[in-house]
Design a protein around this ligand. Structure first.
Ligand code: ATP
Length: 274
């Protein structure tokens, strides 16, 4: 018990974020801490050479080799991407015993912030429009042989409520790949990331959840009312019910992303007309 508390204290101390103004690598100055994930800390930095804003992710020092190898993997995957709405890898280096991944900083707000902080409400039409834009990025990831495996509202950034960007490739993997991140050592159970199977169906399932989050943005529970299933709580059109059910595997699953996109486009068009 005492040992556990001591270990927790040491981990927190090791992972304590660096202050604003700290210099990282040769050129990057920390402007602010953007957030702390399970395996990394991400800072907004500027490049002293041209003033460009960058997102610089540090592997969590307490996660040691697992954190470093996950960040190296994220770098490899970002380098395999080439899409204007996916941040590019701008650098990678080791310093202070941890690794650092430098990528484009994407201006805008995550869908999570828009829904929970700004109380934006998305109807079926807006949900489909955003999801279809996101699917262009997901299709790019798949065409490069990878699955994202973390398609959630905090990982989708909207610029001017219009342009859609996809970030956080920390859990992405090559389609069908065996788990190689941990092959060189035997990590403790709590160090092993819980990951979904590296198949396209995993991303489609996440898209179903993603759409539900958007559609729930307008839901106001009745005070004291019992909790019901999403089908009962949300007043969705038959077309939307079918799409979400298929994505979540509650009805005949989509054989591939193209069939889903076609159905979503058809529903989106039909909703445009009234
Ligand atoms: N390229 C980027 N541009 C703008 N903001 C970013 C970028 N990458 C990450 N962020 C922001 O930085 C914060 C931390 O992101 P990061 O992906 O490191 O961890 P997380 O999403 O909080 O946790 P986890 O990795 O465990 O899912 C988030 O608020 C995210 O929106």
């Amino acid at each position: 018990m005492v040992f556990e508390r001591w270990r927790g204290f040491v981990q927190a101390w090791r992972d304590y974020p660096l202050p604003e103004g700290s210099r990282i690598g040769e050129w990057y100055t920390i402007e602010s801490l953007l957030g702390e994930g399970s395996y990394g800390l991400t800072y907004r930095c500027f490049d002293s050479r041209d003033g460009a804003l960058l997102a610089v992710k540090q592997s969590r020092p307490s996660k040691k080799a697992v954190g470093r190898s996950m960040l190296a993997k994220e770098r490899d995957i970002l380098q395999a991407m080439n899409h204007p709405h996916i941040p590019k890898c701008r650098g990678y280096f080791e310093q202070r015993g941890t690794n650092w991944l430098v990528t484009d900083y994407i201006e805008g707000k995550t869908l999570e912030d828009l829904i929970f902080d700004e109380h934006m409400v998305y109807g079926e039409r807006e949900c489909l429009a955003t999801t279809l834009r996101l699917m262009e990025l997901v299709a790019h990831v798949h065409s490069r042989g990878y699955v994202h495996l973390d398609l959630r509202i905090p990982n989708v950034i909207l610029q001017n409520n219009e342009e859609v960007y996809l970030i956080d490739f920390g859990l992405a993997r090559r389609i069908g790949e065996a788990d190689t991140v941990l092959e060189r050592r035997s990590p403790k159970v709590e160090e092993i990331p819980k990951r979904k199977p590296p198949v396209i169906a995993s991303d489609l399932y996440d898209i179903g959840q993603f759409m539900l989050f958007m559609l729930y943005s307008g839901y106001r529970p009745e005070p004291g009312g019992r909790e019901r299933s999403w089908r009962e709580e949300l007043d969705l059109s038959p077309g939307m019910l079918r799409i979400v059910s298929r994505l979540l595997g509650e009805q005949e699953a989509y054989p591939d992303t193209a069939v889903f996109v076609r159905e979503a486009e058809a529903l989106h068009e039909s909703l445009q007309s009234y």
